[in-house]
Write a protein that binds this ligand. Structure first.
Ligand code: AOS
Ligand code: ZN
Ligand code: ZN
Length: 386
């Protein structure tokens, strides 16, 4: 297996972006369970994110969501983040929560609604200029519920038109990350349902249009690591929205439902040369019933564990077995790495970096949870659906 020192050196470079909305209250369409002490403002979300980074050393940036994180001065928010030891990351657009979007946003049959949606996306690029963000993440709830409701091909044309306008507005160092999702909220057609559709739009746009793989956005049984391998091979894997699912877009803690799948994905990322800053490792989760900050810390640790195992794979031995057609031998090389307990190695890495070997225990001892419950009283709680 790969030497532990090499694994630790690689792990020390890994950055996992946490989403601002994961710090706020969230829920299902049945109920949002309010938790005490959750952030009331974008700044308070950043304060919580700073704790995650302080304790893990692996979560230096925070994804914002517009309009949930709307502020008057984004440059000031970026400075506030910097003073906390963070930076503002991906800007997530929102063209799904207004009544106008009942029939879609950039694919809507009415040009007025399409213009409104496009203006929002362009505004997100203005915000990126102010925050210094590299990536704009686009997820569209667009689709139809009934056969015949709208013209599938016309909707693709409208989508392409909007994407082109946004792409042309991007700065030289900025990228567009196009996310796909096979269904929900639309139930018959979705306008960007799969990686093939996302990829074909990105191909036409240019190299700074990249596909983002949300691990919860596939039909059951989909081989996500295969998609990852293909996108990497094409130079079009922009990043991940990590989370876990049992049924649909469950947005549970990454690595909680299927840690083996997460390992297989990371194995392809590493093998395909994707362990680089150009592939963004982001979380996209909602913590509906569990305390948020420790859940995010746990998620960061889960990604680190899957990565450590994937880094441990003896690629030389694997290649020898593969070329020899040694089916069982090749599989054993992979499973040896997966079955290694990497927790001591990660504890050691944290100690090397002056961190507590157990971030969850350190968080509990820190008193932060009690402090925010005492301090954050009154005011609207900002978060999912705010
Ligand atoms: C929606 O299902 C997606 O996963 C998106 O990434 C979404 O933009 C994100 O959850 C923030 O709204
Ligand atoms: Zn997502
Ligand atoms: Zn999702």
């Amino acid at each position: 297996m790969t030497a532990p020192s090499a694994v630790k050196a690689a792990l020390a470079t890994q950055a996992i972006e946490t989403p601002s909305w994961a710090y706020g209250n969230s829920g299902t369409r049945f109920k949002v369970f309010a938790q005490e002490g959750v952030p009331r403002t974008p700044r308070e979300k950043l304060e919580d994110a700073a704790r995650v980074h302080e304790l893990t050393g692996a979560a230096p940036s925070v994804a914002l969501h517009i309009p949930w994180d709307r502020v008057d001065d984004y440059a000031a928010l970026a400075t506030f983040a910097k003073d906390l030891g963070l930076r503002l990351g991906t800007i997530n657009s929102n063209v799904f929560q207004d009544d106008d979007y009942r029939l879609g946003s950039v694919c809507h049959p009415d040009p007025r609604v399409r213009r409104k949606a496009l203006d929002h996306l362009l505004e997100c690029v203005d915000i990126m200029d102010a925050t210094g963000s590299r990536d704009l993440k686009l997820w569209f709830a667009d689709g139809t519920n009934y056969p015949g409701q709208d013209d599938i091909r016309a909707r693709q044309d409208r989508l392409a038109e909007a994407l082109t306008a946004v792409y042309e507005r991007l700065g030289a160092d900025q990228r567009m990350l196009l996310e796909y999702k096979f269904f929900e909220p639309a139930f018959y057609t979705t306008d960007v349902p799969d990686w093939g559709t996302a990829f074909s739009h990105c191909l036409r746009l240019g190299e700074r249009a990249q596909v983002v793989v949300d691990t919860g956005h596939h039909a059951p049984g989909t081989n996500i690591e295969f998609i990852v391998a293909v996108l990497l091979r094409e130079g079009r894997l922009g990043g991940f929205d990590f989370n876990s699912r049992f049924y649909a877009d469950d947005d549970l803690m990454v690595g909680s439902a299927d840690p083996f799948q997460l390992f297989r994905i990371m194995h392809e990322v590493i093998g395909g040369g994707g362990f680089v800053p150009e592939v963004a490792f982001m979380l996209d989760q909602c913590h509906n019933i569990e305390p948020k900050i420790p859940a995010i810390i746990r998620s960061v640790m889960n990604v680190q564990e899957a990565t450590a195992k994937a880094l441990l794979v003896d690629r030389e031995a694997l290649s020898v077995a593969q070329r020899a057609g040694d089916v069982l031998g090749a599989n054993a090389v992979l499973m040896d790495a997966y079955n290694t307990d990497v927790r001591p190695l990660l504890a050691e890495l944290r100690e090397d970096r002056g961190l507590d070997p157990d971030p969850i225990a350190a968080y509990r001892r820190s008193g932060w949870a009690e402090r925010i419950v005492a301090d954050r009283r009154g005011g609207e709680q900002a978060g999912w659906g705010a």
